[in-house]
Each structure stands twice: as structure tokens, then as C-alpha cells.
Design a binder for this molecule. Structure first.
Ligand SMILES: *[C@@H]1O[C@H](CO)[C@@H](O)[C@H](O)[C@H]1NC(C)=O
Ligand SMILES: *[C@@H]1O[C@H](CO)[C@@H](O)[C@H](O)[C@H]1NC(C)=O
Ligand SMILES: *[C@@H]1O[C@H](CO)[C@@H](O)[C@H](O)[C@H]1NC(C)=O
Ligand SMILES: *[C@@H]1O[C@H](CO)[C@@H](O)[C@H](O)[C@H]1NC(C)=O
Ligand SMILES: *[C@@H]1O[C@H](CO)[C@@H](O)[C@H](O)[C@H]1NC(C)=O
Length: 942
């Protein structure tokens, strides 16, 4: 007995004390990364010299007709008085976007040689924009002729109806975006521009009788790890083109706050990195990640937004290589102001990429929304998801077999918790061979999907890019050169280790891959038969390579086009999920919008996938950190994002799990997920009162699906984040610039502050303006800029509704969103201090692309002191879905903050008029059964 008890204790200790800690030694610091080290060194040398003579200047230029671009050559001066020619282009694109491109002549005209004669592409990588931009960008036209300044030292052009000016200074090279006379964005303000030009490797020992190779560098440069990589598992990197980094400083005068450049488990407002590590963008499989960190994670979007009252700016660094960004906040005098009393804080950034061309797009506007719109116009707005995808996703690694899947599904119904999607992680496959099933556990996958389909449920299965060596899929990839190539660049496939053991990686940069990939997902295959409710999860697409350097593929592996992984690394994951997206689109004959979840992403990923924040932990700190991470994702145009509810690693307490659901219902992508070693935690397992509280939270989400969907429509058409940072709502109020624990749901007026503290019974919500706000449940009034106490017992979710908003929701419990399609609406009209309100509702079939043929409605609701009215876009169109909405009614209108005393109101629609009764209650009145159809205009007269 003693022995047994002792071993039990050991066993318990083993399970309760796992060492959750990121293996940071696997990943480079800036100092250990050759090009980051060199550029930080360069910047320090330049900054230290008060009499520094800048090395980059415009030597030649011409203005392309019709005034859409300035092209020319920037020269880089070397110490030996020779120069390196760098062709450049400054171009105005649509939507107030200005683009700068700088290439290297020797690289673009093919005069360079590759170390060891390797057959790789010797151009500087110039296709990041091809993947990131939605289409070939439209050229804008400068609104005034380009003017050469009278001193002949610069060129100026104006745009945005003359409101903005771009000024190109020749010596030193400098590009400034101005609003009036006031600089907003300055490139090369600090002379950190650095294009490491091509040079042959100097032999360490000079060869007798031979001229030394031209290897001249400027005094500010070091050659640290220029031709080698001395870091751990990176030592085998052949670095075939030597040093080739590009770097540029971007100053943002008067902007104290900048946002974006995910993915990092860090604050919403980016930190000063002078004394620490820069923010790194390099897609890696960083398991057990730590929070408050600038370390690289799974995805990268090299887009930064800066905000100050009255102005917002965007910097899009179009580069898919390993990238680091240093940020410095500096107090300085305002331009033209000589009094020390008038200091402003400016943000100065330094962007450093391992290779590629310099390609940077600068956006400018009055508000964050303007800049989001410009960025969206360039890279595409988020794809409008199917409605079900906004429902609740139930996942774990793993649901064991068919009985488990159907059992979980049945329990959700038993406990009356709505859900839409159940997920299968890697264990469903036969030996991790994607597109196969473990037949003992899943004898009839198509039958299982059909069974789920009866209640409108979907199945998501995982399909990763590592393909096990030794079955038909990998055989096909290898035989047809559709796999990523090894670093020998001789066409042989790169082999590495991942879940299945030895694997090859599908090269989705190759357009020929799309066609083959499509056949694997096609209707009628062994894998999926004719199931219509199958959707796909693309994981491990950084790519994760267990045997690789920094958990990913070696940088000198080669992709289609002869491009090294070094050049395309951060966009590989996007090419992979785009390929899956196209395949799934094709599967349904182009009829339905695919749902794809990706872990790795790049600028543009929003067009075809949702993302989640990867392998987080069951800890309060991770719940809290999920909010700024998802808010950041919204700022960079990728609003369809979420974090694993409950935390991936570990076992959440019942309280943490409950609070996580209450926060998770506001994630645009709402999925519970758990590690294979964690205990089961489906919502009914916690027991009462937790299960009921979780159920109520999930039902709350479902009641608001019309508002989530409308928020996605706003994101899809205007770039408004779905989980919207406070500073988008009130950009004129700097108090909101650092708030990351509360947010709005799109433009709905819902203000949410999830509880992320253990044991909390109350919280404080910040109101950013003088508008009236109402508590969501009891319509209690909150008013006045500043913090307000809000009760938050375990069953309470702090939510306020801003006066002036009108919400449309669906209150009936249904098992899934599909079953809610023709349910009636409840309108909540929250009057503002002036007695008015407005709101929007977008409705389409939630599934197909028919909305592109106008088969949708947008309802504009407006309330005044006289009554409420609705205008309906497309109401008159005879289209199938719009017509099917005839039967969908508004069952109730709740007027919040109204003093309406009468017993009835007059309703009119489609030429008919009738009365509806009014009952009053605490802080609100209810117009009962107004009998209004949602798809036609109407009026309620008080
Ligand atoms: C580079 O040029 C400078 C100035 O001409 C010269 O002093 C130096 O020796 C050169 N370095 C190399 C490595 O050729
Ligand atoms: C290619 O570029 C190099 C470096 O700028 C230049 O010296 C050379 O003349 C160019 N060759 C051609 C054919 O344009
Ligand atoms: C779509 O699927 C059809 C039938 O499987 C196939 O012939 C076609 O090539 C596919 N299209 C693409 C773009 O993959
Ligand atoms: C899938 O194939 C079946 C026949 O096997 C057909 O009835 C069905 O319409 C197809 N579905 C789609 C979406 O093409
Ligand atoms: C609804 O409101 C939007 C935004 O104000 C406007 O663009 C649109 O024309 C309105 N639609 C109708 C039918 O009134």
C-alpha cells in the first residue's frame, strides 16, 4: 500500500507540474541573426556620427506619363568612391496609397553569380506584392503636376484632393508624406536606409597573385555572418547570395502610438524596443509561447498603423522574408516650433528584412477606418464567411472516433447549447496520411457527415502541408516536382520530419499544384465522397518542420520560380491555405464560400481564411493576452480571428473556462480547443452552475449572429474590424489609444469588457465620450467620459450598448445557425442623448456567392422622436433569397431610454397601416408584435 501511494504521488506530481515554457533557445535573437545584427549595428554607427555623410542619393529620375510614377536611380556610395545603382519607383496608387520600390540593378540584370553555382533565381524577390495585393493595384493620378522644387533638391506631388503631399528629396534620399505643411510619414529620416548590395565572398586568405575581390563596404557596416549562419541548427545554411538585406527607417512625427505587425503575444499599442529585442516577423511553430514578448510567432502581417487625433497613417512593408522591426518613442519639438514647451512624442521605426526588394506602401487618412480602407483596397477585405462559421466551433485534439463525434453532438443538444461545427484533429487519419481515414475509428465518414448535416452541423478536418513519404500523395508531388525542393536546388524534394515522420512539403507557390490539390478535395473521392458540409483546417503551415532550424524549413530550400525559402518564407502559409480555398471552392462547383482555418498567415490571408492564435495555455494571462492579439489582427485587416477557448495546453479551472467562454463569444472566430493530454472539457462537463452559464454565453453569441454577420459585411466592404479597438470608435480621444481589455463589436455600438481576472465580481468600464450607454441586460444608464463600475459576478458579462445604436438579433434557441435562418428578429433601439438612433442589418443566404448578384438586403434603421423607419436596399429585386424573407418578421421592438407613454403606435409597410401595442417596463418600452417583414421598408409612428 505504501508503495502504491508513493507512486501515485509521483504520478500526480508528474501531471500537475508540467514545464510549460517556450523553448526560446531554438529561436534567434536579433544579435544572433546576421542581417538583424548588421543593420542594428549600422543604425547605431550612423546615429552616433553627428557629421555623418549619408550614402544614398537620387542620381537620375524621370516622370512617367500620365504623372503616375517617378522612376529613376538611387545611388549608394561606397568608401572607394564607387557607387551601386539601385533603380527606384515612387508611385501613387488609388485610395491615398503611395508606393516606393527600390531594386538593385546588378541583381535585376543578372550580372551576379551564385556561390557554388547553385541554380536559384538571382533576382531580388519581387513577388511579395503579387501574393499580398488583391489585384494589380490601380494607379492613381497625382492631382497636380509633379513639381520640382525651386531649389532643385526635391520633387513634390499632391493627392487626396490636394490634401496630402509626397515629397521626394534627392540628397540624401528621403520621402515624406505631408498633410498641409506638416510631415506625417518620413522614410529615411535617420539615414538607416541600407541595401546590402551583391558582392562576392572575399576569401578569408587572399589568394596569391590574384586581385582581391571587390568587397568594399561602408565604414558603418559589419560583415557579421554575411556569408554564413553561425546559429545552432542554421549552420548548414549555404547563404548562396551572401548578404542581401534591405532596411529602412520610417519616422511618424507626432504619432505616439503604433499598432499592428503581428503576430506577437504582446500589447495592442506597440512597445519601444530600444533596450530589448525588436519585433520579429518570421512564421514559426512556437509551442508554449510566452506572453509580453516580441518573439516571432505563426503568422506575419508587415503592416503598421499609427494614430493620433485627426490623423492616421499606415506603413505596409511588402516583404515576405525574415523581418525585424525596431521601435523608438522619442520626445521632440514639433516642426517649426522652437519652444521646449511644445514637445510631442514621435514614433521612429526601423524595418529590417533579410532580402527582397524594398517595397513599401504608405497610407494616410483622417481616421483609423480610412487607413483600414486604404489597406483593404490594396490587399483585399476579409472574405464574407458563411454564417455558420460565426457560430460556435467545438474542437479538441482529438475526437476519438465516430461515436465520440456523434456523442458530443448529441450532448450539445441534450444540454441545449447551440453549436455549428465539430472538428477533427490529426488523429482521424491513417498514420497521418492526409486525405485518408483511420478506418477502424471512422468506418463511414460520409455517413457521419450526413448525420451531422441533419441538424445543419458541419465537420472540419485538418489537412497539413507536410505529406508523409511513401503513399500516393507524396509520390505524386515528388514525381511531378510539386514538392518544395532541397537546398541543392537540383529538383530533388526536401525531406524533413513532422507529425507523420519523414515528409515532403507541398509547394503551393507552383500554380500547377492548385490543380492537383483540387483533385484531392474533389466531390466523390474516397476522402470525402459527396459530403457538402466538410470544411478544412490548415495547420503547421509556417511550415512547421520538427527537424528544421528554428522549427521551420531551412532558408536555402527552394520553391517554384527558383526562389529560396529565405525570400518567400512568411507567405508560404498563405499560398497553402489559398490553394486549399480554391480547391474547396471548386469542390462545390464554385457555389459555396469555403471555410478554411489557418495557423500561418501573411498580408492578404484575410481573403481566404480565418486565423487563430495557435497553441496558447489554460492560464488567466493567456485569456487576457488573447484580446490585444485579436484586436491587432483586426487592425491589420484580418478580423476573422480567435484564440482557443479554454487554452490549448493544460487544464483550466471551471471559473477560467467559464470566463473564457464569456470572452470567447466575442472572438470573431469562436472555437474551443484542447491539447490531447488535457482533460475533457466540453461545456457540460464542468457541471452547474458553470454549464448553464456557458450555455447562456453561447446562446448570447447566437442571438447576436445577425450583428456579427453585419459586422463582417462592414469589414468586407470597408475594413472595419469586427472586434474593434476603442480608438476606431473615438480616434479623437487619446485616452483610448492604449485600451486593449475592452472593445466594440464592429459598428454595432456594443461595448464589451470581458472578465479576465480570477475571482472578479466587478470591473470598471471606460466610456470614451459623453454619449449615454445602457447596460445590455437591464438598460441601466451609464454616462460621462471616464471609468464606471460594472457588476461582474460569474454569470455576468459586462456589455454596454451605446446610445444611438439599433441592434437586430434573433432570440430563439436553435441547435444551429442553419436552423435560425427564418427566425424572427428582435430590434433593440437605444436612444442617444438627442433622442435618435440608427443601425444596420445585412442579410443574405449565409452560404453562397449569390450576394454578388445582389441577392441580399441591407436594412438601415433610423429612430427619431417621431418614430422609427427602415430603408431596405434591394427590397424591390425579385431574387430568390430576398423573396424568401417575406415570412421573416420583426417580433418585438425594444425602445431603450424612451419615455413613450402611449399604449399603441401606428405601423405601416407596403401601403398598409395598422396598430401595435406598447408596454412599458423598467428603463424601456416594448412595441409588441409589430408584424413587420424584414425585407421591405416600414415606418413606426409614435
Ligand atoms: C574600401 O575602400 C576604402 C576607401 O577607398 C579603402 O580604404 C579600403 O581598404 C577598402 N576596403 C576593401 C575591403 O577593399
Ligand atoms: C548591370 O548592372 C550593373 C551594376 O549596376 C552594371 O554595372 C551593368 O552595366 C549592368 N549591365 C547591363 C547589361 O545593363
Ligand atoms: C476543378 O475541378 C474540376 C473537376 O475535378 C477540374 O477539372 C478542374 O481542373 C478544377 N479546377 C481547378 C482550378 O483546380
Ligand atoms: C457531387 O457528386 C454527386 C454525384 O456523385 C452529385 O449528385 C452532386 O451534385 C455533386 N455535388 C456537387 C456540389 O457538385
Ligand atoms: C443605408 O445607409 C448607408 C450608409 O449611410 C447608405 O450608403 C445606403 O445608401 C443606405 N441604404 C438605403 C437603402 O437607404
Amino acid at each position: 500500500m505504501r508503495i502504491r501511494a508513493h507512486s501515485l504521488l509521483l504520478l500526480v506530481l508528474f501531471f500537475v507540474a508540467p514545464t510549460w515554457q517556450v523553448k526560446s533557445e531554438l529561436f534567434k535573437t536579433c544579435d544572433q541573426s546576421g542581417f538583424c545584427h548588421r543593420n542594428r549595428h549600422f543604425a547605431l554607427q550612423v546615429a552616433a556620427q553627428s557629421n555623418y555623410i549619408p550614402k544614398y542619393a537620387v542620381s537620375l529620375f524621370e516622370i512617367d506619363e500620365p504623372r503616375a510614377a517617378i522612376t529613376g536611380v538611387v545611388e549608394k556610395s561606397l568608401n572607394d568612391a564607387t557607387t551601386v545603382r539601385l533603380p527606384f519607383r515612387v508611385q501613387l496608387l488609388s485610395d491615398n496609397n503611395v508606393r516606393l520600390l527600390i531594386d538593385e540593378e546588378a541583381r535585376s540584370n543578372g550580372t551576379v553569380t551564385v556561390k557554388d553555382g547553385k541554380k536559384i533565381n538571382t533576382l531580388r524577390y519581387n513577388e511579395a506584392a503579387k501574393w499580398a495585393f488583391r489585384d494589380e493595384p490601380q494607379a492613381g493620378i497625382f492631382s497636380e503636376p509633379v513639381a520640382v522644387a525651386s531649389d532643385e533638391k526635391s520633387l513634390r506631388f499632391s493627392y487626396g484632393d490636394g490634401e496630402f503631399t509626397a515629397e521626394l528629396q534627392f540628397t540624401p534620399f528621403k520621402l515624406t508624406i505631408l498633410h498641409g505643411d506638416s510631415p506625417q510619414i518620413v522614410l529615411n529620416d535617420r539615414n538607416f536606409l541600407n541595401v546590402e548590395h551583391w558582392r562576392a565572398q572575399t576569401p578569408s586568405e587572399p589568394i596569391e597573385g590574384e586581385e582581391p575581390l571587390d568587397n568594399n563596404v561602408s565604414a558603418e557596416e559589419t560583415m557579421y555572418d554575411a556569408f554564413t549562419d553561425s546559429f545552432r541548427d542554421c549552420k548548414s545554411d549555404t547563404v548562396p547570395l551572401g548578404p542581401e538585406s534591405v532596411a529602412l527607417d520610417v519616422s511618424l512625427p507626432g504619432f505616439k502610438h503604433v499598432y499592428g505587425i503581428p503576430e506577437h503575444a504582446d500589447d495592442l499599442s506597440l512597445k519601444d524596443t530600444t533596450a530589448g529585442e525588436p519585433y520579429r516577423m518570421f512564421n514559426v511553430d512556437i509551442f508554449e509561447y510566452e506572453i509580453d514578448s516580441r518573439m516571432a510567432m505563426y503568422g506575419s502581417v508587415p503592416f503598421m498603423m499609427a494614430v493620433k487625433p485627426g490623423m492616421a497613417a499606415g506603413v505596409f512593408w511588402v516583404n515576405s522574408a525574415d523581418t525585424w522591426v525596431d521601435i523608438k518613442k522619442e520626445a521632440e519639438m514639433k516642426a517649426g516650433d522652437q519652444t521646449a514647451f511644445n514637445l510631442q512624442v514621435s514614433t521612429k521605426t526601423h524595418w529590417i528584412s533579410e532580402n527582397g526588394v524594398i517595397d513599401v506602401v504608405l497610407s494616410i487618412g483622417k481616421t483609423p477606418t480610412d487607413v483600414s480602407k486604404s489597406y483593404g483596397a490594396l490587399t483585399g477585405f476579409v472574405e464574407l464567411p458563411q454564417l455558420f462559421a460565426l457560430g460556435y466551433h467545438q474542437c479538441r485534439w482529438n475526437y476519438n472516433d465516430e461515436a465520440d463525434v456523434l456523442g458530443v453532438s448529441a450532448n450539445m443538444d441534450k444540454y441545449q447549447i447551440p453549436y455549428d461545427i465539430i472538428w477533427l484533429d490529426i488523429e482521424y487519419t491513417d498514420s497521418k496520411k492526409y486525405f485518408t481515414w483511420k478506418k477502424e475509428l471512422f468506418p463511414d465518414p460520409v455517413g457521419m457527415m450526413r448525420q451531422l448535416d441533419r441538424t445543419g452541423r458541419k465537420l472540419v478536418t485538418i489537412i497539413d502541408p507536410h505529406i508523409k513519404v511513401g503513399y500516393e500523395v507524396s509520390d505524386h508531388l515528388i514525381k511531378n516536382n510539386l514538392a518544395v525542393q532541397s537546398s541543392s536546388a537540383d529538383g530533388s524534394a526536401f525531406h524533413g520530419h513532422c507529425w507523420p515522420g519523414e515528409s515532403v512539403w507541398v509547394d503551393t507557390l507552383n500554380p500547377a499544384t492548385d490543380e492537383y490539390w483540387s483533385t484531392l478535395f474533389a466531390n466523390g473521392t474516397q476522402f470525402s465522397g459527396d459530403a457538402t458540409n466538410l470544411h478544412i483546417w490548415n495547420d503547421m503551415n509556417e511550415p512547421s518542420v520538427f527537424s528544421g532550424p528554428e522549427t521551420t524549413s531551412p532558408k536555402d530550400t527552394v520553391h517554384y520560380g527558383g526562389w529560396e525559402a529565405r525570400s518567400i518564407h512568411n507567405l508560404y502559409g498563405m499560398t497553402y491555405h489559398e490553394s486549399t480555398f480554391k480547391a474547396m471552392q471548386n469542390r462545390s462547383g464554385g457555389r459555396n464560400r469555403p471555410f478554411i482555418l489557418t495557423r500561418s498567415y501573411f498580408a492578404g490571408s484575410q481573403r481566404s481564411a480565418a486565423m487563430w492564435t495557435g497553441d496558447n495555455m489554460s492560464q488567466w494571462e493567456h485569456l487576457k493576452a488573447s484580446l490585444p492579439m485579436i484586436l491587432t489582427s483586426g487592425v491589420v485587416g484580418m478580423p476573422f480571428s480567435g484564440a482557443d477557448v479554454g487554452g490549448f495546453f493544460g487544464n483550466p479551472s471551471k471559473e477560467l473556462l467559464t470566463r473564457w467562454y464569456q470572452a470567447g463569444i466575442w472572438y470573431p472566430f469562436f472555437r474551443a480547443h484542447a491539447h490531447i493530454d488535457s482533460r475533457r472539457r466540453e461545456p457540460w462537463i464542468a457541471g452547474e452552475p458553470y454549464t448553464s452559464i456557458i450555455r447562456d454565453a453561447v446562446r448570447f453569441r447566437y442571438s447576436l449572429l445577425p450583428m456579427f454577420y453585419t459586422s463582417f459585411y462592414d469589414a468586407n466592404t470597408q475594413g472595419v474590424p469586427v472586434m474593434k479597438p476603442m480608438f476606431y470608435e473615438t480616434p479623437e480621444n487619446p485616452m483610448t489609444y492604449e485600451i486593449e481589455d475592452q472593445f466594440f463589436l464592429g459598428n454595432t455600438g456594443l461595448l464589451i469588457k470581458p472578465i479576465t481576472e480570477e475571482g472578479a465580481t466587478a470591473t470598471e468600464i471606460y466610456l470614451p465620450d459623453e454619449q449615454v450607454y445602457y447596460s445590455y441586460d437591464k438598460y441601466t444608464v451609464f454616462k460621462g467620459e471616464g471609468y464606471h463600475k460594472y457588476g461582474a459576478l460569474l454569470e455576468q458579462i459586462p456589455v454596454l450598448l451605446k446610445g444611438g445604436s439599433i441592434l437586430a438579433r434573433k432570440d430563439r434557441y436553435r441547435r444551429s445557425s442553419a436552423l435560425m435562418r427564418y427566425d424572427p428578429y428582435t430590434l433593440v433601439v437605444a436612444l442617444d442623448t438627442a433622442g435618435g438612433a440608427s443601425g444596420t442589418l445585412y442579410v443574405d443566404d449565409g452560404q453562397s456567392y449569390d450576394y454578388k448578384q445582389s441577392d441580399y438586403i441591407v436594412v438601415n434603421f433610423t429612430a427619431t422622436e417621431e418614430g422609427i423607419q427602415a430603408q431596405v436596399e434591394n427590397s424591390g429585386l425579385k431574387l430568390p433569397f430576398i423573396a424568401s424573407l417575406d415570412s421573416v418578421k420583426i417580433q418585438k421592438i425594444i425602445l431603450v431610454g424612451s419615455a413613450l407613454a402611449q399604449k399603441a403606435v401606428s405601423v405601416s409597410q407596403s401601403g398598409e397601416t395598422w396598430d401595435a401595442s406598447v408596454v412599458s417596463a423598467a428603463n424601456h418600452v416594448v412595441i409588441k408584435s409589430p408584424g413587420i417583414s424584414i425585407n421591405k421598408p416600414w415606418n413606426v409612428t409614435f
